[in-house]
Design a protein around this ligand. Sequence first.
Ligand code: PHE
Length: 453
Amino acid sequence: MENRGSFGSKLGIILASAGSAVGLGNVWRFPTEVGMNGGAAFILIYIACVMLMGIPLMTAEFIVGRHTHKNPVDAYRTLAPKTGWVFQGIMGVFAAWFILSYYSVVAGWTLKYLVSAVADQVTTMTDSAAYFTEFTQNAWMPVVAMAAVLLMSHWVIVRGVQGGIEKYSKMMMPMLLLIIAVLVVCSFAMPGSDTGLRFLLKPDFTKINGDVLLSAMGQAFFSLSVGMGCLCTYASYFTDDAKLMKTAGSVALIDTSVAVMSGFIIFPAVFSVADVAPDAGPGLVFITLPTVFQTAFAHAPLIGWLFAVMFYTLLLLAALTSMMSLHEPVTSFLIERFAMKRRTATSVVTFSCIALGTLCAMSFGPLADVRWLFGMTFFDFFDFVSAKIIMPLGGFLLSIFVGWYLPKDLVVKEITNNHALHFPRWLFVGFFFLIRWVAPMAIVAIFINELVS
Ligand code: PHE
């Protein structure tokens, strides 16, 4: 069997994990959710969810991966031999594969928009909604774009853990953070941006209801990539001196900052253009923003061009680092279970995802009329099964596994690096309380709510 490899440095560990977390969920989904759920109050609830559930669950997933140094399936098999828990690992690998197939479709859209932005089409298009529909309904373009981003992720994953994932995360994440910072400043500088800032910063608690609460939780899980095989697989490459709780805290901090900053980029810009609504939904970054770029920079087209190019570069970088973390669990599973070479395993994942992704990519065009369960297209079906069923279920089982099934001293030993680190007692009490009670109960609530609606 090939040597598993491991991350070479703590910075590499944090940037790779943050790369998994920071993705389309931050730049595309978060602002959309904020827009639809009333602004600042949603952000506060979101932050509470990240702290009370996200960080404990991420730590739990790190424990499973780092303790075993194995792919998710073998990790659960090792920790709970001859039990049904191996199902959790299988589900994690399966979910990663499934999510990768449709996530790449949206990542492909960002690639297409980046190319269009460079070619100066984004800032000159006359009807952005028609442009978007025309592209997504085209028979082959979305497929080509999806395959192209999958091949980019393939390119990194064949290079392995240190020479691939770590090296490229260390290049892409700083670039991403720099672009975000530049765009925030530009967005603030736009006339009329203060309305957007007020929307983001002034909480309106009358908007808070059960639905908003559950959306915030769902968004937190998705954005932090918890509950599936991804972080567990990355943690299996962590060194023994990596501090699990601190890493989870840093990743959550980076992830949340990027999400909030994306809001800071998008809303001041949106509000500085009078008749664009902030609650445009998922079309926000592909339909609303091109209009914003055009109108806001009507007198300085070159700056508009630059802004658009930087924005879609940001979106693509974010998507790519998350795709890498979805690619790796399946690849490591194939390498370790079927004794495949990394190159072969990576190719199996890439090409099977291109095949599945083609179904999703065509869901807006040639396959729009092929409907599954409850009239869903392939794309909606993949999205539904992974984000609404497998992710909450995975998170729930993870909290039960680490909170109740694993021996408490194994968990404590893993968190303290075999008692080398000293934490105050309240931290453990708090951790176990959150992972045993708060997280599973909250997830059940999300789940029931999703099913009812
Ligand atoms: N967290 C990623 C994002 O915000 C999505 C993701 C989910 C990645 C699950 C890996 C696993 O876009």
